[in-house]
Design a protein around this ligand. Structure first.
Ligand SMILES: [Zn+2]
Length: 586
């Protein structure tokens, strides 16, 4: 078979020049494919990728794709039963396939077989064998290659390349940062490859594409660790903030949450902005503590289990919101406060259905059940609900939405007295006598100092009519920035949180001083380590991961009751202590 020239796959002049003499033939998996790139429901044992629900690879573009300089043919998948890739369960998921075979339409000669693949649930520490690649040549000669994790393949959440596993593609899949690796397996000289197959050992092993071709060094995902902008950040307080008598109780609570904002990213932001650690407004709050973050089923939590912990005071499994592992519902501090007459606001720069705000009112077993989250939003009656727009989950299919139950929840909520705000400006100006449902356009909260306006507006609205209030103010940027190893966004998120902290403390001092301000993170993301050069004052960041990590997170507190947030405790204790301070039961 004639090798096909594939320079059309390659972007860029340099690549095209290189490709002039190179030939690659992507090998479709055909009947060998046994799984989809997307999964509907986690742990239902029906397969669909690696059975982790929406924590999947649905964002991998299909068709002919240049990945790391090697052309691959990615099969399309639009449902969880489509067969687009190869997934082997190994010891980790024994109910998934343990072997798969791909027959080439015609035997092919080439220098190498390239695999686009990844492992999962695996640690590279002792380089276990994920499985074997079996090469079958025309005439029947066979070869077996052991594929080792940490040498020939990497975990899909790894942030680095290995000797024969170049991290060549990465994306944030709305749950975590996931990557695929290109590995090179030399083929026997002078022989034509007729088939190849995979057998599982440790597993889990996902193969998304295979290509036979000339020898070429795959290219890794470029990392850009420079910060490409400057920030407007709040001034520090000149004098120490007041400390309240032990045992004092707050009237209101402002709960500020930096998603993924571990001590490393707080330190990095401080080093970058002020050339020294501990020099943010949040560091000036009089009390600081550390909270552990593990979930009911994992050392490393996701944002759903952690939000359920600090909102409801209970441990649950990753991906579950407002629900225990046995699927019984638990109420949040916001729900209990609202029932006791508090005004409640939940605000984020993430999509409206993001895990953190949703944990305060929704009860779903899987965080990506967005229609059900909106169903619960319609019932909560909170005074402010604000996030990036998710209109499709409010509207039925007949009105261009995605809801399968036919409900138009936008109309239902405006009918109940909610003002729909579709811009940040309209949120600022919303009539005071209405509750607010804000569905902002993506990026409307990118400007960090908007967190000052956001916080001021919310606190003024919620406290009107002399009501007590509980408000959540979140930024997802520390998490997204650290997942993607993009320090520009990591710092942006920390600066937003610092604006919210400064504004909330200022507001409390100007309004009787009886508001407790708590700043914390739901988990650490990215294994962030920050240094600042004494010679140049330049801050440098090192990411150790693209995933969440197991380290405890910082908690900073100001106001009546702030002393309860000192020391080392668990994230569930945060909700319990807030409930104690507000005389609520969880
Ligand atoms: Zn995250």
């Amino acid at each position: 078979m004639q090798m096909r020239k594939v320079n059309t796959f390659l972007a860029g002049v340099a690549a095209t020049v290189l490709a002039a003499s190179a030939a690659f033939v992507p090998v479709p998996f055909g009947n060998g494919a046994n799984s989809s790139f997307l999964d509907d429901e986690a742990d239902d044992q029906k397969g669909g990728f690696i059975d982790l629900g929406s924590n999947d690879l649905r964002m991998l573009p299909s068709g002919e794709q240049d990945i790391g300089g090697i052309p691959f043919q990615i099969a399309p998948a639009s449902t969880s039963s489509d067969k687009a890739c190869i997934v082997l369960g190994g010891h980790r998921r024994t109910y998934l396939a343990q072997s798969a075979e791909v027959k080439l339409a015609k035997p092919l000669r080439g220098d190498c077989l390239y695999l686009l693949h990844a492992s999962s649930f695996t640690s590279a520490d002792d380089k276990p064998i994920v499985g074997s690649l079996h090469l079958v040549y025309e005439g029947g000669t066979k070869e077996e290659r052991h594929v080792r994790i940490g040498r020939d393949v990497g975990d899909w959440m790894a942030s680095r390349s290995y000797r024969n596993a170049v991290r060549a593609w990465t994306i944030y899949n709305n749950n975590t940062q996931v990557s695929l690796f290109v590995s090179t397996f030399p083929l026997a000289r002078g022989k034509k490859l007729a088939a190849f197959s995979f057998t599982a050992d440790e597993g889990l092993w996902v193969v998304a594409g295979a290509t036979v071709g000339d020898r070429r060094k795959p290219r890794q995902v470029p990392l850009d660790l420079r910060i490409s902008r400057s920030y407007k950040f709040p001034d520090l307080y000149e004098k120490p903030l007041p400390v309240y008598p032990v045992g004092a109780k707050p009237r209101n609570v402002v709960f500020i949450l930096g998603d993924g904002m571990g001590i490393g990213s707080v330190t990095f932001a401080s080093n970058f902005l002020r050339q020294r650690p501990g020099a943010l407004v949040m560091n000036q709050l009089p009390y600081a503590g550390l909270a552990t973050t593990y979930s009911a089923n994992a050392d490393v939590t996701d944002s759903a289990a952690s939000a359920t912990a600090f909102a409801c005071g209970r441990k649950t499994n990753n991906s579950m919101l407002g629900m225990l592992p046995d699927k019984s519902h638990v109420d949040s501090i916001a729900t209990r406060a609202h029932a006791a007459g508090f005004a409640v606001g939940l605000m984020t720069d993430d999509p409206f259905v993001g895990a953190t705000p949703s944990a305060y009112y929704a009860h779903v077993p899987v965080r990506s059940y967005s229609e059900d989250i909106i169903r619960d939003a319609a019932k909560c009656d909170f005074e402010i609900l604000l996030g990036y727009h998710c209109r499709r989950y409010f509207l039925p299919k007949a009105k261009g939405g995605k809801r399968r139950d036919g409900r138009d929840i936008l109309s239902e909520m405006t009918g109940k007295g909610y003002q729909l705000c579709e811009t940040f400006a309209s949120f600022i100006e919303a009539p005071r006598d209405k509750r607010v449902l804000a569905q902002l356009k993506d990026g409307e909260l990118d400007e960090e100092s908007r967190y000052k306006q956001l916080t001021e507006t919310a606190l003024n609205r919620l406290s009107q009519d002399g009501k007590r209030f509980f408000v959540l103010i979140e930024s997802g940027d520390p998490d997204h920035g650290s997942h993607a190893n993009k320090p520009t966004q990591t710092v942006l998120g920390v600066v937003k949180i610092d604006w919210a902290a400064r504004t909330a403390v200022d507001w409390s001092l100007a309004h009787g001083g009886d508001t407790l301000v708590v700043v914390m993170a739901d988990h650490e993301t990215g294994g962030v380590n920050a240094t600042v050069s004494p010679a140049t004052g330049k801050a440098t960041v090192h990411y150790g991961a693209t995933s969440h990590t197991a380290t405890p997170v910082p908690v900073f507190a100001f106001g009546p009751g702030a002393e309860l947030f000192e020391g080392l405790y668990d994230n569930t204790d945060v909700a319990k202590r807030l409930a104690q301070l507000l005389d609520l039961t969880l």
